[in-house]
Design a protein around this ligand. Structure first.
Ligand SMILES: [Zn+2]
Length: 296
């Protein structure tokens, strides 16, 4: 059994409150029927070869594919694009991709997930996600069993539909149609890939609490102050019935606040900077990127 942190419930897909709160979940070991076929990621892995030489080996057709599937890619500087190619090579070389429920993986799927995951770690050195082992891709929303225990110990089970999950045991599960849609719309701050990979970063220090691993005590202090204040502000705005820039799902717990803030940072950076300048500054420091420049 795995403890899982995240997930959207696609059954409520209208407007505010689209994403539903949830507690910790337990899932069966495998997230569904995994179809084992010669894996496209293995082919890509062999094509990428040595990540050091990635830039030279990054095929023209992959660039065209990223331009088509990940519009944010075209907004990056040439330097960042080259850096992204290198990170994608390392990412694909260090983890496994598997298609579930009959999904046959193709290059486009692997590269679309990899490119978005690696945008979050463009400025980190080494393996992009050292704790991550596998990405499971489903064709569309997938079922997950949610087990809850109430205050008197009564346990209930419910099957829910998910767009994505991030497990603390080194697994990310994604619905391909949501990945694709999230990537193509760069203005709606709804991106399941950014969301789930932000949770992976959050887990890295052993706790999924909305604070990833940070470089110094001072950075932790500043992060805690800013995130606590803005989280409280989001809760208060929602209680007052106000519309919010940040998705209300971010109010379910601090870990979700960080994941939702990450989606907004990359897809509505100018609005986030204007509305929550301190939050923007913390994220800018953490990711080492300034996405508002990409939208000017
Ligand atoms: Zn989440």
């Amino acid at each position: 059994m795995c403890v899982v942190i995240d997930h959207f419930n696609s059954t409520e897909k209208q407007g505010m409150g689209q994403r539903q709160a949830h507690g910790n979940m337990e899932l069966a070991e495998c997230p569904g029927t995994v179809i084992f076929r010669p894996m496209i990621w293995q082919t890509l892995k062999s094509l990428f070869g040595d990540a050091e030489r990635m830039e030279a080996g990054f095929k023209e057709e992959w660039t065209a594919l990223l331009v088509r599937n990940v519009p944010l890619y075209s907004r990056l500087t040439e330097e960042l694009r080259a850096r992204l190619h290198e990170r994608i090579g390392l990412f694909i070389g260090s983890i496994r991709f598997e298609g579930c429920n009959g999904l046959e993986l193709d290059e486009g799927m692997v590269l679309t997930v990899a490119a978005q995951a690696c945008l979050l770690v463009l400025n980190r050195e080494g393996v992009p996600y050292p704790d991550l082992k596998v990405v499971y891709l489903y064709p569309t929303t997938f079922s997950s069993v949610q087990i809850r225990q109430d205050s008197v110990g009564v346990v209930t089970e419910e099957v829910v539909r998910r767009l994505g999950e991030s497990w603390e045991t080194g697994t990310v599960v994604l619905a391909w149609d949501s990945v694709e849609q999230g990537a193509r719309n760069v203005h709606d701050a709804r991106n399941v890939t950014f969301h789930e990979f932000a949770h992976q970063l959050d887990h890295e220090d052993g706790q999924t609490d909305g604070a990833p691993s940070l470089p110094s005590r001072e950075t932790y202090r500043s992060w805690a102050l800013v995130f606590t204040a803005n989280y409280a502000e989001l809760l208060a705005s929602l209680e007052a019935g106000k519309r919010t820039l940040l998705d209300p799902y971010g109010a379910t717990m601090p870990a979700e606040f960080f994941a939702v803030a990450t989606e907004t940072f990359f897809e509505k950076p100018r609005q986030l900077h204007k509305r929550y300048p301190e939050l923007y500054a913390e994220l800018k420091g953490f990711y080492g990127l300034d996405p508002k420049e990409w939208f000017e």
